[in-house]
Design a protein around this ligand. Structure first.
Ligand code: FES
Length: 216
C-alpha cells in the first residue's frame, strides 16, 4: 500500500488534466484553436506579409523605374529646323493651332507661336514680328518670347513704341535691332530664331536660337 498519493489534482498544477479543471480538451488554448492550428494560422499571417512586402519590392524595383523612363521619353521637345509655327494659345483673336502664314502679319505687328506639337515646352514660345514689307521671310523676324530677365513670357503685341515688352518688370526689346534691350532690367537681348517661308506660305523654323533661352 502506497503512502504516496499522486493524484494530478495535488500535483504542481501543470500536470492537472483538463477534465480535472472542468475544461474540455479543445479549450486549452486561446479562442479554442488547437495549438497545431494556431501555428498554421500564424504562418499564414507571416506569408501574407511576405507577399505584401514582395509586391512593395516589385514596385520599387520595376514599376517606379518604368514610370521614370516613361516620363523621360515624354520630355518636352525643343525647337528644330523644319518645325511649322502655329498660333499659340492665350492670345485673343488668333486661330490657335493654325499655321502662321507670312501674309498674316501687317507691318508693325507681332504674334506668338509654338513649333507644332511642342507647346508643352514653354521655352519654345516664339514671337514673330513683321518689321517691314517683303516677300517670303523678308520683313519677318522671330525671337524667343521668354524674357532674359527672370523668364516671364513677353506680351504678344508690341507696345506703342513698337517694342516687345515684358509684363513683369517692364523690360523692352527692339525687334528691328535684333531685340536689343531698350528698357528695364533685362541683361541681354531676346535670342533670335532663323525662319523661312515654305512655298505654301507657312512660316517654319530654319535654324537654332542664337543664345540660351530666358534667364539661364
Ligand atoms: S522678367 Fe521680364 S523684365 Fe523681369
Amino acid at each position: 500500500m502506497s503512502t504516496r498519493h499522486e493524484s494530478p489534482r495535488h500535483g504542481t498544477g501543470f500536470g492537472a488534466d483538463n477534465k480535472d479543471l472542468g475544461l474540455a480538451n479543445d479549450e486549452t488554448t486561446m479562442g479554442g484553436v488547437p495549438p497545431a492550428d494556431a501555428g498554421r494560422f500564424s504562418r499564414r499571417q507571416v506569408l501574407k506579409w511576405v507577399i505584401r512586402l514582395g509586391y512593395g519590392a516589385f514596385a520599387v524595383a520595376f514599376v517606379l523605374p518604368a514610370l521614370a523612363i516613361r516620363s523621360l521619353t515624354q520630355a518636352p521637345k525643343d525647337v528644330a529646323v523644319g518645325d511649322e509655327l502655329v498660333y499659340a494659345p492665350g492670345a485673343v483673336d488668333v486661330p490657335v493651332g493654325e499655321p502662321l502664314r507670312a501674309t498674316d502679319l501687317q507691318e508693325g505687328t507681332a504674334v506668338q507661336v509654338f513649333p507644332r506639337d511642342k507647346a508643352d515646352n514653354q521655352n519654345n514660345l516664339i514671337e514673330v514680328v513683321r518689321i517691314g514689307a517683303g516677300e517670303g521671310a523678308e520683313g519677318l523676324v522671330a525671337y524667343s518670347a521668354i524674357c532674359t530677365h527672370l523668364g516671364c513670357a513677353v506680351y504678344a503685341r508690341l507696345n506703342e513704341d513698337g517694342n516687345i515688352a515684358c509684363p513683369c518688370h517692364a523690360s523692352q526689346f527692339d525687334p528691328g535691332e535684333n531685340a536689343k534691350v531698350v528698357g528695364g532690367p533685362a541683361p541681354r537681348p531676346l535670342p533670335s530664331l532663323p525662319i523661312q517661308v515654305n512655298p505654301d506660305g507657312v512660316v517654319v523654323v530654319n535654324g537654332a536660337f542664337s543664345d540660351r533661352i530666358g534667364p539661364q
